[in-house]
Write a protein that binds this ligand. Structure first.
Ligand code: SF4
Length: 204
C-alpha cells in the first residue's frame, strides 16, 4: 500500500473533518488517506435518496463495517425516503447529472452542514465527489451553499479523484469484499440502469 502522507491540506489546518459518506466503496480510499494524513473523519451517513430500503441498509451496514474496522465514529442520520421523494417532485424524469441530482446533493450536504454546526465540526466534505459518474461542479456548488448557511462551517472542495485514490479504492473494495452497487441510489437511477443495460456503470 502506498503511503499518501502530506498530500492533504484541510482548510484552516483542521484535524477533524465531517465526511458525508455515501457508501463504503466511495469512502474507502478517502478515509484511509485522511488517516494517513493525521485527519480524523466523522463518518456522516445521510442518504435518504437510496431505494429500496433493503439497498439502503446494505450500503449503510457496509459503511458501518468499514468505520468500525478503523475505530471511527459513524453518525446514522434518519432514513426518510418519502420526504426525499417529496423534495424531488417534478424532477423525476431528469437525467443523472441533471437538476434532480443537484437537489439531491443539496439536501444531503445541508444536513451535513447542520450537523457540523451543531457538533463543533468546522470543515465538511463528501465522498460523493470520488465518483466519476457524478458532476464535481454540482457537488461543489451544493457543498458551498450548504456551508454558507453557517458562519462556522466551511466546504472542503478537495478533488478526491486525484492522488491515486481511484486505484486504491479498487484495491480496498477487493480487500474488504465490499458490496459494490450498480446504480447511484434512487429509484429513478435504478430504472434508468435497467432501461440501458449497455451503459451499466461498473463502479458508481
Ligand atoms: S441519480 Fe443519484 S444523485 Fe441523482 S437524484 Fe438519484 S440518488 Fe441522487
Amino acid at each position: 500500500m502506498k503511503d499518501r502522507k502530506d498530500i492533504l491540506e484541510v482548510p484552516g489546518g483542521e484535524r477533524k473533518v465531517l465526511l458525508h459518506t455515501c457508501c463504503a466503496p466511495c469512502s474507502s480510499a478517502i478515509i484511509e488517506c485522511m488517516l494517513q494524513n493525521g485527519i480524523t473523519p466523522l463518518v456522516y451517513y445521510c442518504n435518504p435518496n437510496i431505494w429500496p430500503e433493503e439497498e439502503y441498509l446494505i450500503r449503510k451496514n457496509e459503511c458501518t463495517r468499514y468505520a468500525n474496522s478503523l475505530g471511527l465514529e459513524i453518525v446514522d442520520e434518519d432514513y426518510d425516503h418519502n420526504s426525499w421523494l417529496e423534495h424531488m417532485k417534478g424532477l423525476e424524469n431528469e437525467p443523472e447529472r441533471g437538476s434532480r441530482c443537484l437537489e439531491c446533493f443539496r439536501l444531503r450536504l445541508a444536513s451535513a452542514a447542520r450537523y457540523a454546526h451543531e457538533h463543533g465540526y468546522k470543515v465538511i466534505t463528501t465522498t460523493l465527489a470520488s465518483s466519476r459518474w457524478k458532476s464535481l461542479d454540482q457537488i461543489n456548488r451544493a457543498g458551498e451553499e450548504a456551508a454558507a448557511l453557517y458562519d462556522d462551517v466551511v466546504w472542503w472542495d478537495r478533488n478526491w479523484r486525484k492522488g491515486g485514490l481511484q486505484e486504491r479504492r479498487g484495491e480496498l473494495i477487493r480487500e474488504y469484499g465490499f458490496y459494490n452497487q450498480q446504480y447511484c441510489g434512487c429509484e429513478f437511477s435504478f430504472s434508468a440502469l435497467h432501461l440501458t443495460h449497455s451503459n451499466t456503470p461498473q463502479d458508481i
